[in-house]
Design a protein around this ligand. Structure first.
Ligand SMILES: C[S@@+](CC[C@H](N)C(=O)[O-])C[C@H]1O[C@@H](n2cnc3c(N)ncnc32)[C@H](O)[C@@H]1O
Length: 372
């Protein structure tokens, strides 16, 4: 077991949940030593994990950097390996002077070995992945995690590649920002399902973001949608993905109403991962009674969807499902309870909001298991 710091992206709670599922999924034995919630892109956790986490890190969606800890206290910089070019990132402290001082200290130490350069592109204390990646691995990102008077020193060993996610998002042939989920979220949802291998279905596949992620992760991907046009979109995107990423296998895609999955597929699935139809786009935030009405109407479709899921899922299979929650005109948020899930034989393990004040509809991501 090694000690690592892991720097999270936008949503601390979701990233933490993903990390725990990710650990079970790839049997990485992650133990959380310390949690440090914080602002977007600056929260982190200190963990112990098997070294395999470095190999699997490219499959994580909600984390930005994996930092191998070399020691405690500023003196631990002595244990860092020499680098010709390095950057410095501080977490838990925004202090420009300190940032520069630490950079100079490291430079002095490295210089004893050979020439070195402290790469300081702008006044930022935590180097964003995009900047490090341009020079990575030649550019070493040296990281300091502060907590009170304590500091841990480490170096970034893996970076979740933002360029790959961007490419998946904007370079694929069919992009529909109004209905598509971000590739990063698709990646998080695949981890939440904890499937390592097997048949996975997105029955509201739209433009195919989740299907593409399943293929990238080597899973057996199935997609369906009620709309012929959307299946055509998914097909185009999948073909593009296979060419761009050199993927040999393909996805099984069908035009299918979610209520008739048993008729469309003979397969039994290990997981369903999906963002369903979430109602018409809203112009303004709804009032509570409007939200209740919309959610109740949508629940009719979701109820039938889960009835149908029960027909095609294996026992104990997982469903990762985005229910809509609503940011209300009067403030606050409307989230619905769904006792009918239990009646249909499903257990809600956990749910977490992908909170965004600007949006009228908020994603309420649920992890659910089929009980029998
Ligand atoms: C929010 S989109 C899914 C977006 C998708 N995750 C993506 O990234 O493109 C919802 C999809 O559900 C489909 N849909 C609506 N009602 C359906 C039904 N009864 N059965 C199957 N699909 C349905 C719509 O055609 C739409 O493509």
């Amino acid at each position: 077991m090694e000690r690592y710091g892991i720097v999270f992206g936008k949503n601390y709670e979701l990233s933490m949940l993903e990390l725990k599922s990710f650990s079970r999924r790839f049997r990485l034995g992650v133990q959380i030593l310390e949690e440090h919630p914080g602002p977007p892109n600056a929260s982190y956790a200190l963990i112990k994990a098997k070294e395999d986490i470095e190999r699997y890190f490219r499959f994580i969606g909600g984390s930005l950097k994996l930092v191998r800890i070399v020691g405690e206290g500023i003196e631990a910089v002595e244990y860092l390996e020499y680098a010709r070019l390095f950057t410095v990132s501080l977490y838990g402290r925004d202090d420009w002077k300190l940032w520069r001082k630490l950079g100079s200290t490291i430079k002095r130490i490295f210089k004893e070995k050979d020439s070195t350069k402290f790469f300081k592109p702008a006044k930022i204390y935590a180097m964003p992945s995009e900047l490090i990646l341009k020079g990575f691995p030649e550019t070493k990102d040296i990281v300091f995690f502060f907590k009170g008077n304590k500091v841990l020193v480490g170096e970034t060993v893996r970076i979740a590649d933002p360029f790959e996610l961007k490419k998946l998002d904007v370079e694929r042939p069919v992009v529909r920002p109004t209905i598509s989920i971000p590739p990063r979220l698709a990646r998080i949802m695949v981890n939440l399902s904890e499937v390592r291998r097997g048949n996975v279905l997105d029955p509201f596949c739209g433009t195919g973001t989740i299907v593409m992620e399943l293929l990238l992760q080597g899973l057996i991907a199935y997609g369906s949608d009620i709309s012929e046009d959307r299946i055509r979109d998914t097909r185009k995107n999948v073909e593009w993905l296979r060419k761009e990423f050199g993927i040999r296998h393909s996805a099984s895609l069908r035009v299918c109403d979610v209520r008739r999955l048993r008729k469309c597929f003979r397969t039994r699935f290990d997981a369903i991962i999906t963002e369903p139809y979430m109602g018409k786009a809203l112009k303004t935030k709804p009032t509570r009674s409007e939200a209740v009405k919309m959610a109740r109407e949508l629940d009719r479709l979701y109820y039938q969807a889960f009835e149908s899921f029960a027909d095609v899922l294996k026992r104990n299979a997982k469903v990762v499902f985005v229910f809509p929650a609503f940011n209300l005109a009067e403030g606050g948020i409307y989230r619905r309870n769904r006792p009918w899930l239990d009646e249909l034989g499903f257990d809600v393990i956990t749910s977490v909001l992908d909170r965004d004040e600007k949006h009228k509809i908020v994603r309420d991501i649920h992890v659910i298991t089929k009980k029998y």
